[in-house]
Each structure stands twice: as C-alpha cells, then as structure tokens.
Design a protein around this ligand. Structure first.
Ligand code: HEM
Length: 476
C-alpha cells in the first residue's frame, strides 16, 4: 500500500516538475510574461500583455490600449484574414476554392485580404449605401406598422429584434430576389447561425450534427438559385462587388453562392444583438428614454392634406437626419457598443512579431485584444467605466479613440459600420416614436440601469432573451 502511495506521489511530483520546467525553458525572456505561478496553466492579471500558456501553444493577451497601434501596424504577420480564409470547409466549398482562399495570407492582393477592401466602396457613404439603408428602413417601418395594427402587441425582445434585423438586412443586401424571403431559408439560418461554431470545434461534426449541415445546404441551394437567376444584378452594391471579386479569382458559381452564407454572418450576426442591447438600454432607463425620445420627436413633421373636403394630418419623420440631428441617440448607440461588445480581437501570428519594440510574439500562436478589457479601462473612460452613461460620447466625442473597439480598428475596421449604425438607430427611432415599450406584465422601473450579468453570444452577450415586452401603439 505504502509503495503504491509513494509511486503515485512520485509520479505527480515528477509530472509537476516536468511541466514547470517545460514552461520555463520554452518561454523566451523577450516574450510577454507568462501568467504561470506555482501551478502551471493557471491565470494572473494586471499586466499590459501576458502569455497564457496552454499545452503545445500560447495565447498572448494584449490588455494595454497603448499596444494596439503597434499590433495593428503589423497586420500582415498578426493576421485576421487567416480566420475568414479557413471558413471554406464549414461553408461546404470545393477544395480548389478553399486553396484559393488560403493562399498568400500576407499578400494584400490575395483573395482573403482583398475581399473586405474590395467591397468597401459599396459600404461607405454614397449611392450604394443610401440604397441599402433606404430598403432596410422601409422594411423596419413596415414591420412596426404591422405591429401597431394590433394596438398592443406582446413580443419576445430577442426573437423580435433578431427577426426584424434578418428581414430588413437581408432585403437590403440581396435585393428583390432575397433568398431569406423564403421562410424555410430563414428558419434554416436560425439553425446554421448558432451551429457554425459547432462545425468549427468538433471533429466529425457533420456526422454528429446532421441538422446543422441540412440547414446549411438549404441556404446554399437557395443561394445557388439566386445566383443562377441573376439575383446580384438587382441586389446591393455589396453583393455585386463581392461576386465580381470572387469571379476574378476563378471561384465557380456554386462556391460564390456558398460564400454569401459567410457574408450573412458579417451583415446580420452582430447587428441583431447590438440592436437588442440598444433597445434594452433605451427602454430600461427612464432618463435615457426621455432624452432620446425628446430628440427624435423633433424630427417629426406634421403634414396636412386636403381631399374631398376632408383634411387629413400625417406625421412624417425624416430618418436621414438621424445621424446629424440626434447626438444623444448616436451617443447611446456608441455607449451600447462600448459596454456590450464581446469582440475578442483574435489574431494568428503568421510570423514572429515584436510589439512596441519590446514584446516578442512567436509565430504559430494566437493573440487576443479583448474589447471588454479596453472598454472598461478606468484611466480611459473614467471612474464610471462600468456604468452605462448614454451621454458619454455626446459630451466628449473624441473619447477613447484607440480604446474603442466596437467596430475593430486599424486594417481590420468593420466596413459595415455605417450601414449597421443607421439601421439600428432607425429601428430605435421608429420604436420610440410609434410605441410605448414595457416589460410584459410589469412596468419600466423594474428594469435597472445596472448592466446585467454577462453570458456568451456572438460578439455580444444576451442574458435577457426570454424577456417579453409590450408594444403599445402611441398613434403620434
Ligand atoms: C452592429 C453591427 C456590427 C458590429 C458590432 C461589427 C463589428 C465588427 C468588428 C468588431 C470587427 C473587427 C473584428 C476584429 O477586430 O477581430 C468587424 C469586422 C468586419 N465586419 Fe463588422 N460589425 C457589424 C456589422 C457589419 C456589417 C453590416 C457588415 C457588412 C458588410 C460587416 C462586415 C465586416 C467585415 C467584412 C469585417 C472584416 C474586415 C476586414 O477583414 O478588414 N460588419 N466588424
């Protein structure tokens, strides 16, 4: 018995010593300090950048905002494109197309680095963007009109926001032949969207989770039809430019159609949770609600028309003036992104890189720039960094310029930021003007100003998905 005990203790001690030495020997002195203490692979915080040691790999965590410019400047070696390049398999693309996507990941002219830049002209302020915004706002306006026909409507906050963003965004992106108009495709998206990560993580996921693959194939079939029927011709500039780009790189029609599923993530998967949180922060705090409603109400104009001896008055709102005339609403949007973004800012080291002339990051490992850390830094945001302050950005528009990561930064700056901002602000404005919104069966004061506990979901966290709320027609 005693000898068994001795050998067990001996084995544990030897393993511990081996791991401890392994960690120390393989850690270069120029690398960010590893957060190893007495117990290997456990955590310690408070450093500008540190190394998280995992078996056979490392993750560097950049906490200090001052390091971000140096990291961003080395975007070729510290790569984001590697992740989009590797989605071909999960989207069911052919080997040849996958190889095209994975080639030359440090070359700006390669497929995976060039497509986000190629789409940009369609997403910056201009004709193409105006057209997308107009279509999405019209779709939102029509959905809120349908709701108001019922007087009071009870809806699940997350479900409703998610559905409305899928419908308005997909219409704006894919145009009159939008594949998501088909309910079955929309349902398939709701299975594939959360299932995509599962396909990435689990080996044999296609065998273990056939329903996710079936959902993907349903969307893919609809996208192929869309391409065959010349859908992009009447779609957005975004779709047209992407199709043009992918065709130049020789992707066959079927794979271009599958790449559109990937675009679905970019355009819808961050917008919907952001919209949800914007609504939550507005309608859960009377002060925010009052401030933004007062501001948005100024955009309403009453027009009277005479017909058949009867005078009718119509309230008209110019939503194109939202950005320029509603600084409080804009600030509320930015603050929502600040407190709710979960963006981990993950990058892969394709080569060794030295950050800020000090820290050596070794090829083959991951780097993270967690937005949650940068967005809650008290030296940057002040002592109330953990509180939601809807006036924060209005009072100081230049606040946290580098630290604000709501739309990424540097070479990986979100090209969809103008579209998403307008769409979400318009959704909030239309709800503010048309409805009183309150939690089902309660009153607004039961929703607190405090930021609720966090959980996982896309770039944002969703902890209130089972909430319902009553929308009461205001008939302004
Ligand atoms: C509220 C909605 C949105 C949010 C919060 C958001 C957020 C972000 C963030 C944080 C990044 C950088 C990721 C990183 O640094 O690791 C990013 C990149 C990107 N976003 Fe968005 N996004 C939104 C909507 C959109 C839309 C509507 C599009 C449609 C075009 C889009 C397309 C992209 C693309 C293509 C990239 C990669 C850019 C590149 O590789 O250069 N996003 N987005």
């Amino acid at each position: 018995m005693a000898s068994i005990l001795v050998s067990v203790v001996g084995t544990i001690t030897a393993t511990y010593m081996f791991l401890y030495l392994l960690l120390h020997i393989s850690q270069d002195t120029k690398e960010p300090p590893a957060i190893v203490t007495q117990i290997p692979f456990l955590n310690k915080y408070g450093l500008p950048i540190y190394t998280l040691r995992l078996p056979f790999s490392r993750i560097y965590i950049a906490n200090d905002t001052e390091l971000l410019p140096s990291i961003q400047a080395q975007w070729r070696a510290i790569s984001f494109s590697v992740f989009t390049a590797n989605t071909g398999e999960q989207l069911g693309m052919t080997k040849t197309s996958r190889e095209t996507m994975e080639r030359g990941l440090m070359d700006p002219d390669s497929f995976s680095i060039s497509w986000p830049k190629y789409m940009q002209p369609a997403m910056v302020p201009g004709e193409d963007l105006d057209r997308m915004n107009k279509i999405s706002i019209e779709a939102i306006a029509s959905a809120t009109k349908d709701l108001s026909a019922n007087g009071t409507a009870r809806v699940g906050l997350w479900q409703w926001t998610h559905d409305i963003i899928i419908r308005s965004t997909s219409k704006a992106v894919w145009g009159p032949q939008n594949p998501f108009e088909d309910e079955k495709v929309e349902e398939a998206w709701k299975i594939f969207e959360p299932g995509f990560l599962t396909l990435n993580i689990f080996p044999f996921a296609s065998l273990l989770f056939p329903q996710i693959l079936r959902a993907r194939e349903r969307i893919a079939t609809a996208m192929v039809q869309y391409m065959r029927r010349d859908g992009p011709k009447s779609g957005s500039g975004l779709v047209r430019r992407l199709v043009e780009h992918h065709t130049r790189f020789g992707l066959p029609l079927e794979d271009i159609a599958r790449s559109q599923i990937g675009i679905g993530f970019a355009v819808m998967s961050n917008t919907a949770p952001c919209a949800l949180w914007m609504l939550y922060h507005i309608f859960s705090d009377e002060r925010v609600l009052e401030d933004v409603r007062r501001e948005v109400a100024k955009l309403v104009e009453t027009r009277t028309e005479e017909g058949g001896g009867v005078e009718t008055a119509t309230n008209v709102v110019d939503l194109s003036a939202l950005q320029s005339s509603c600084p409080v609403l804009l600030s509320t949007f930015q603050e929502t992104l600040r407190v709710r973004t979960l963006s981990p800012g993950v990058r892969m080291l394709l080569e060794d890189a030295v950050v800020d002339d000090t820290y050596l990051l070794k090829k083959g490992n991951l780097l993270m720039m967690p937005a949650m850390v940068h967005h809650t830094s008290a030296p940057i945001w002040g002592p109330d960094a953990n509180l939601f302050n809807h006036l924060r950005f209005k009072d100081n528009p230049r606040l946290g310029r580098t630290a604000f990561r709501g739309f990424g930064g540097g070479h990986v700056l979100c090209p969809g930021r103008f579209f998403a901002r307008t769409e979400i602000m318009a959704l909030a404005a239309l709800l503010l003007l048309r409805f009183d919104v309150m939690p089902a069966g309660g009153n607004g004061s039961s929703l607190r100003r405090r930021i609720p506990r966090r959980s996982r979901a896309s770039l944002f966290q969703i902890t209130i998905s089972r909430w319902s709320f009553d929308l009461e027609d205001q008939r302004i």
